[in-house]
Design a protein around this ligand. Structure first.
Ligand SMILES: Nc1ncnc2c1ncn2[C@@H]1O[C@H](COP(=O)(O)OP(=O)(O)OP(=O)(O)O)[C@@H](O)[C@H]1O
Length: 327
């Protein structure tokens, strides 16, 4: 690990006690790293603090908060070689989940101290940095309906409840998707462009597993005919994410591309990394390996065709050969 780092900490993220969280982080990291701690405020957000720290020439940045804070710090780092440490403390923690990062404070801090890095793709969406995904249609509406009050009361369930509300009101639109080699026109309810996506972002799951360092964006088009179809398609995509088998329904399509431009008729709201940022058109370009992230030392990809979690008395030990192959 580097000798110094700047920690950008959101004291109002998630539902845990921020003083306790910060004390725990300090206790693990401060003995090993010269740690500068900056707290976000209602006026000065993570994006601004990250940009200032980068301008000062920090050795590493550590972001701790919800997905908004983590994405903002990551976005400020796109195209730099400064490593990013991630300590998730939000409601959904999609960022950590999409990149296979630990979601407890202790494990996240140990990962940072371990110092192993991985370069992952980033992207630009309508000129703004994008780490996870951009969507139009259903995904955008879901974010808008999962408001702060609901997130505080229901946590992750807020997104699911918002999704169900949206299902009842879904409206199709005509989408034109232009990639580096094709123009596709389709009637859709949702189009999602993912650079990285957690399994819970079901509308990004057409390809069954978004690849985070292939230099390509993963596009999923969902086009159910009615509410019953939408529920079936959602369930199918959820299973797709879990089983790793790409979708085979007629009302779900997917493709990979280096860049894409999407127009919609009627125009649709655009959500970028969890925030509504405007309306279509939507232009996304992949920035291959644009982000350097501090990761657990050995990432062993679990084969997706299996399910072991939940079995009584379960332990899993990786054999030496499989670790060598993964390295
Ligand atoms: N000290 C603060 N006081 C009030 N608001 C803050 C403060 N610091 C950051 N914010 C606001 O917090 C938001 C970012 O929250 P973040 O995504 O980190 O957590 P979260 O909303 O709890 O996470 P999740 O989206 O996973 O629920 C931004 O809108 C930012 O302006």
């Amino acid at each position: 690990m580097t000798r110094s780092a700047c920690l950008i900490f959101n004291p109002v993220a998630g539902q845990s006690d921020p003083d306790q969280d910060l004390a725990q982080i300090r206790k693990i990291l401060a003995p090993e790293i010269d740690l500068e701690i900056l707290l976000t405020t209602a006026e000065v957000d993570a994006d601004e603090l990250a940009k200032r720290a980068i301008a000062r020439g920090v050795e590493a940045l550590i972001a701790s908060g919800g997905d908004g804070t983590l994405s903002a710090v990551a976005a400020a780092l796109v195209g730099s070689n400064i490593p990013l440490g991630v300590i998730p403390r939000g409601t959904a923690n999609a960022f950590a989940s999409a990149l296979g990062l630990p979601d407890t404070i202790a494990a996240a801090c140990e990962t940072i101290l371990g110092g192993a890095t991985r370069q992952v793709d980033a992207a630009f969406c309508n000129g703004k940095p994008m780490v996870l995904l951009a969507g139009i249609g259903f995904e955008a509406e879901t974010v808008e309906k999962a408001n702060r009050e609901a997130k505080n009361r229901f946590g992750l369930l807020a997104y699911i409840l918002a999704g169900f509300k949206q299902l009842q009101e879904m409206e199709a639109f005509e989408a034109e998707i232009e990639t580096e080699d094709r123009i596709i026109t389709v009637n859709a309810v949702a189009v999602t462009v993912a650079n990285a996506a957690p399994a819970t972002s079901i509308l990004a799951q057409g390809p069954a597993g978004v690849i985070v360092d292939d230099g390509l964006l993963d596009l999923t088009v969902v086009a159910p005919a009615n509410v019953a179809g939408a529920i079936a398609a959602s369930y199918h995509l959820f299973r797709t994410a879990l089983t790793g088998n790409a979708t085979n329904r007629d009302d779900i399509g997917y493709l990979r591309a280096k860049r894409c431009k999407i127009t919609a008729n009627p125009p649709q709201k655009v959500v970028l990394d969890g925030e509504i940022v405007g309306t279509t058109p939507l232009e996304v370009e992949c920035i291959p390996r644009g982000l350097t992230i501090l990761v657990p030392p050995v990432t062993v990809e679990m084969p997706l065709e299996e399910k072991l979690e939940g079995l009584p008395g379960l332990t899993v030990e990786y054999k030496l050969e499989s670790l060598e192959q993964a390295l």
